[in-house]
Design a protein around this ligand. Structure first.
Ligand code: SF4
Length: 316
């Protein structure tokens, strides 16, 4: 039974070695329509968990083979916070990880439990799913085992944020016809405002899903990204970006786009044609656009360029 996998290069987090806390079968308390694992009845426990030392031994072996690993990622065939020895496991990872970062990929649904919150607070990075702003959407899309409301989820993330010093990423996975409607985005926007996320990743269905659902194209993702408040650190992550047709943006349109939503170079190479990219570089050279590093990604925008000029006086 393989307890580790990778390392795999992750543009979002770095070269990542995974620890699979439910290695033999899927165990999740959600049954998301878009899940890339096969559909399975939701459960809220890992019934026959392996001891933490089994994972630590496997991790030590994997790190010997892959010393270049940058991130140790806790994940599962399902939801990793169902693993009952999480606190012990993370403590032991922290004693051997050195300069590497630790990360968990979770749906965030168990944060009501103080033991889960204090275990996760020992990590360097956490990524929680946050797909829906309304109870109806959560029930229809993520299909939790027990009734859960987005507002409750948000409250628990807020409580966790108060004790968590690391980097918090939220991920919204958009599915056509379910959570892409303006009223759903408005509800999400309201809930996300107070969660203190370092980054909000906006994606869509990229891999074969458990149930038949439809992804959004890049332009739809871009339009939705622009509906969120400009000070929310929303970032489009879908691999479907390559299916988009670059378009012509003049100077005013580029500045307007970046004022509403900072973009990465990859975003712009997807959205902008060659001439628009040249215009972008001219604006960058003229300091009318600035750069900002957020968790390993470089964003270009205008809002933080004004903040920088206020703080440092270096920019006009
Ligand atoms: S929370 Fe993750 S593992 Fe669980 S069903 Fe949803 S996508 Fe799959």
């Amino acid at each position: 039974m393989n307890l580790t996998f990778g390392p795999v290069p992750s543009r979002r987090f770095g070269l990542s070695l995974g620890l699979d806390l439910s290695p033999d079968k899927k165990r999740c308390n959600y049954d998301c329509l878009y899940c890339e694992l096969a559909a399975a009845k939701p459960v809220d426990t890992i019934d026959d968990p392996l001891p933490a030392d089994r994972f630590i031994d496997a991790l030590k072996e994997a790190l010997k083979d892959h010393p270049e690993t940058e991130v140790i990622t806790l994940t599962a065939n399902g939801e990793p916070t169902l693993y009952p020895y999480l606190h012990e496991l993370i403590q032991k990872i922290n004693t051997l990880k050195g300069e590497r970062k630790s990360l968990i990929l979770s749906n965030g649904s168990t944060l009501h439990d103080p033991a889960v919150r204090s275990a996760l607070a020992q990590l360097d990075m956490v990524k929680f799913s946050f797909d829906c702003g309304t109870p109806r959407c959560l029930k229809r899309l993520d299909r939790p085992l027990r009734t859960l409301e987005p507002a409750t989820l948000a409250r628990h993330i807020q409580t966790f944020r108060q004790i968590f010093q690391g980097q918090l990423v939220l991920e919204i996975l958009l599915v056509a016809g379910i959570n892409d409607k303006p009223e759903e985005i408005a509800a999400l926007n309201t809930l996300l405002k107070n969660l203190g996320a370092d980054r909000i990743d906006l994606g869509t269905v990229d891999r074969p899903p458990a149930y038949p659902v439809t992804p959004l194209d890049y332009h739809a993702l871009h339009q939705i990204a622009a509906m969120f408040d400009a000070d929310l650190p929303v970032h489009i992550v879908s691999r479907r970006t390559i299916q988009s047709q670059p378009a012509r943006f003049d100077e005013a349109q580029i500045l307007d786009t970046l004022a509403k939503r900072p973009l990465t170079m990859e975003d712009m190479q997807t959205l902008f044609d060659q001439q628009s990219l040249q215009t972008f570089h001219q604006l960058l050279s003229a300091d009318r656009i600035a750069k900002k590093e957020v968790m390993g990604l470089t964003f270009y925008g205008t809002a933080f360029s004004r903040q920088k000029s206020k703080k440092t006086g270096q920019n006009p």
